[in-house]
Write a protein that binds this ligand. Structure first.
Ligand code: FAD
Ligand code: MLT
Ligand code: ZN
Length: 470
């Protein structure tokens, strides 16, 4: 191992091979503080060639490698195991915006670029990069690609897979695949790019990407609607989409418990309605035409929704500051959950039309089996994606609650499966869902995934034990 460390120091420089416990602290624990590991070293390459040399060295020595970006993932995919024999490959030094092409409407970036930096670079060029999520100030585009991240603008622009045109990837044996095309069309065979997107660091290390840019929205309006119940959320969503079409860029849903949690734990969060409704929808319309009367349109739609009983009240933000305050409630939920204590999380996708029926069924099933749990249900309703999270009943201690993880996952996910949904909508599989995958994915699908892993990484050095059972 000393020999490997010496070789790694020779590749990236001694200052970028972190071996002390103190230096490694931020890299070996995940954002939720659910997973904790130990690493042989954190290696911080500064270029694609250095990534290639590091992987060649580790592949030759049989040392396993955990690719890591901003370490904000929610499936434990970037955390090493407890052996102390794994290398964390942190991409954060590779943070260059390589090129912006205003005619092709693309931006080419290093994989370690922070998402917010890319959004800003696009804005500075008079364009727009739409991926947006709560961790955007610290997650990297490499991590977004590796998890096929979603967020709050998927409804209009699609998830990460739909925002990428080309990739640069280093394979396990150190070969570099330059797939950095900026093409909108390319039918020359298998889609290698899409294999790496969503592969969670198990097939290759993404070092660069060409991303799509869009025309910047010039008008925007944000509103919150108080909902009488879950079915109303779907009715309101359908109403807004039917009239606003593509201008409906976000439609988020949260139950009262989530709002209460944010109000309790996030400083500066203000209750949007005097009387707390059972659920709230947050909708955003945007348009590239600065003259578009989005506020008028939304006001009409919300008035009609109140008239039809789909909403009981609504507030439309009158300024950018007010819009931010409404978003703060939605975006504050993740952080508030961490502060409130242990949470058993489910990141599920369902056919949109069945979301209300699912929520009714699931609450009934969970409540019957484990009475008194606190339901924190929120998410990207317009994408059919719910964060179906549970916290302990008041009389339970943390350990008793955590012991329910397996049975609760089975209850929730079996029902998701019956609805032909997915047990990971946007966070990935990592180590969190790895052992559940065989229960819900077909034997044929799993076999193809194992075959691909074997082909790309025969020595199994890339993120072993994540996504697939080794
Ligand atoms: P990491 O956590 O470092 O890694 C995630 C996975 O990608 C790991 O398996 C890792 O091995 C792999 N990986 C990282 N970089 C590379 C690379 N260059 N090449 C190959 N593999 C790599 N997700 C959503 O989809 N939607 C949301 O709305 C959303 N909201 C969030 C809100 C908060 C507050 C937080 C903390 C997280 C949220 N997430 C959300 C989770 C989301 O997956 C991550 O924030 C982000 O996509 C991960 O990026 P990262 O750079 O932090 O990746
Ligand atoms: C979000 O949408 O806020 C995150 O993806 C969800 C979470 O914290 O579970
Ligand atoms: Zn989410």
């Amino acid at each position: 191992m000393t020999d490997v460390l010496e070789r790694l120091r020779g590749i990236v420089g001694a200052a970028h091979v972190l071996t002390s416990t103190g230096d490694q602290q931020a890299y070996v624990v995940d954002w939720m503080k659910k997973y904790r590991g130990v690493a042989l070293a954190v290696v911080r390459p500064g270029s694609t060639d250095e990534v290639a040399a590091v992987l060649r060295c580790c592949n030759d020595a049989g040392v396993t490698v955990i690719p890591q970006g901003g370490n904000t993932g929610m499936a434990g995919g970037a955390t090493p195991d407890g052996s102390g024999a794994q290398v964390i490959l942190s991409l954060t030094r590779m943070n260059r915006i390589r090129e912006i092409d205003p005619v092709g409407n693309t931006i080419t970036v290093d994989a370690g670029c922070v998402l917010a930096t890319i959004q800003q670079a696009a804005r500075d060029a008079g364009c727009f990069f739409p991926l947006s999520l709560g961790a955007e100030g610290s997650c990297t585009i490499g991590g977004n690609l590796a998890t096929n991240a979603g967020g709050i603008a998927v409804l209009r622009y699609g998830n990460m897979r739909e925002l990428a045109l080309g990739l640069e990837v280093v394979l396990a044996d150190g070969r570099i695949w330059d797939g950095l095309q900026a093409l909108r069309k390319d039918n020359t065979g298998y889609d290698l790019r899409d294999l790496f997107i969503g592969s969670e660091g198990t097939l290759g290390v993404i070092t660069g990407a060409v991303l799509k840019l869009y025309a910047a929205p010039a008008a925007k309006v944000t509103a919150m609607a108080a909902l009488p119940g879950r079915a109303a959320a779907l009715a309101l969503f359908t109403r807004l989409r039917a009239r606003a079409g593509d201008r409906l860029t976000a439609f988020e849903f949260m139950t009262r418990n989530c709002v209460d949690l944010v109000l309790k734990h996030a400083s500066g969060a203000v209750a949007p309605f005097a009387a707390a409704p059972p659920a709230i929808a947050l909708a955003e319309l945007s348009d590239t035409d600065a003259e578009a009367d989005l506020a008028g349109l939304l006001e009409d739609l919300l008035a009609a929704a109140v008239e039809a009983g789909e909403a009981t009240d609504a507030v439309i933000a009158q300024s950018g500051e007010q819009a931010k305050a409404l978003w703060r409630i939605r975006e504050g939920i993740s952080e508030a959950q961490v502060r409130a204590g242990k949470t058993i999380k489910h990141d599920i996708a369902l056919p949109i039309g069945q979301l209300a029926a699912f929520m009714d069924d699931c609450e009934r099933v969970v409540e019957a089996a484990y009475p008194g749990l606190n339901f924190l249900v929120f998410g990207h309703l317009g994408d059919g994606n719910l964060h179906y999270n549970l916290q302990r009943a008041p009389q339970m201690d943390d350990d008793a609650f955590y012991a329910l993880t397996g049975p609760l996952n089975a209850l929730v996910h079996d029902l998701v499966h019956r609805y032909r949904g997915s047990i990971s909508a946007e966070h990935g599989v990592g180590q969190l869902r790895r052992d559940e995958l065989p229960r819900y994915k077909s034997v044929v699908a799993l076999q193809m995934m194992h075959d691909l892993k074997q082909l790309f990484d025969p020595a199994c050095i890339l993120n072993p034990g994540k996504l697939l059972q080794s």
